[in-house]
Design a protein around this ligand. Structure first.
Ligand SMILES: [Zn+2]
Length: 312
């Protein structure tokens, strides 16, 4: 290889590496706001430093810990504000980049799909599409909708017979919540393979539509550009993406959502502005009255929220 080709190759490789956003020195603090003004302070700091301070776990009630990721640029001023106001905190994650490096897919299963690793979109879809041949007459693949970059939102229908109530399971509507795709595919696999008689007597009563990666553009983006991406990829100037889970028409733009296009909880310019929500919503409506249960999986918070999650 000539020196010119070597130089070009190195340049391309370093560009590819530079593309993936790094979080070196970003720390996550577990903060316990014990007074109302502590909550106000945390939310104000995050609001004023959107790019530097991000909630991993929101500060919405006193005496419940909030987890806050803080960049090295504002670390000192953030800690000074906490100390000045007597807010207790501890370090939860010393260096977010190290955590991201640990989570990168290892490919250790040698092309086999497992639940000991994370998988890029193509591998998740490949596994989903392999299921009908393994379970003929029970599993069919479905396209629940489409993404802004025109990807199919691929899922499965599991049918154990006619006239059964329908259960819908959804994972990774928020792009970075990889564990929800793992959780949903794990359940999918259990529904198909469990030999436990108690499990079978329950799961066989229903039919299922399962969408393990609701936000495929965003999910792919977390592997190629930014591990912490949450939204869709549709441009909403001056930023990109809306929070698809704040884009339904039920109580659209009310509490818990932001009207700032640069915020992670941006609700979009109008309900159903995101094609993912528009198309999957139509798909769900087409299931009719047999649709009895819809479960969405997120990470993290250890919360079970039931209809409707928008109510306090
Ligand atoms: Zn979520």
């Amino acid at each position: 290889m000539s020196w010119r080709a070597t130089f070009l190759l190195l340049a391309v490789l370093s560009l590819a590496a530079a593309k993936y956003r790094r979080y070196d020195g970003h720390r996550v603090y577990r903060v316990v706001p014990s007074k109302g003004h502590h909550l106000d302070l945390l939310n104000k700091l995050a609001h004023e430093n959107k790019k530097e301070i991000t909630f991993w776990k929101a500060a919405y009630v006193t005496n419940k810990p909030a987890d806050v990721m803080v960049s090295p640029q504002v670390k000192n001023s953030f800690l000074a504000a906490l100390k000045k106001n007597g807010v207790k905190y501890s370090v939860l994650v010393e260096d977010v980049q190290k955590l991201i490096d640990k989570q990168r897919p290892t490919g250790a299963a040698g092309g086999k799909f497992s639940w000991d690793d994370y998988y890029p979109l193509e591998d998740v879809y490949k596994w989903i599409k392999s299921l009908p041949a393994k379970y003929p007459g029970i599993v069919t693949t479905v396209v629940g909708g489409y993404s802004y970059e025109n990807r199919e939102i691929v899922g499965v229908n599991i049918s154990f017979g006619t006239n059964r109530p329908i259960v819908v399971l959804e994972g990774t509507i928020h792009a970075r919540e990889w564990i929800s795709t793992a959780a949903v595919t794990w359940m999918l696999n259990q529904i198909l393979t469990s030999t436990n008689s108690t499990v079978r007597s329950i799961v066989d009563q229903f039919n299922y539509y399962i969408l393990p990666v609701y936000n495929p553009d965003g999910y792919k983006y977390t592997f190629t550009d930014d591990r912490m991406w949450r939204k869709t990829l549709q441009p909403h100037l001056p930023c990109m993406g809306a929070d698809p889970n704040r884009n339904w028409d039920h109580r659209w733009s009310e509490e818990g959502a932001s009207n700032n296009p640069c915020d992670g909880k941006y609700h979009g310019p109008r309900a159903f502005s995101e094609i993912e929500i528009r198309t999957v919503s139509k798909f769900l409506a087409s299931l009719g009255r047999d649709l009895q249960l819809y479960m969405a999986f997120h990470s993290y918070s250890q919360l079970l929220m039931y209809p409707y999650g928008s109510f306090p």
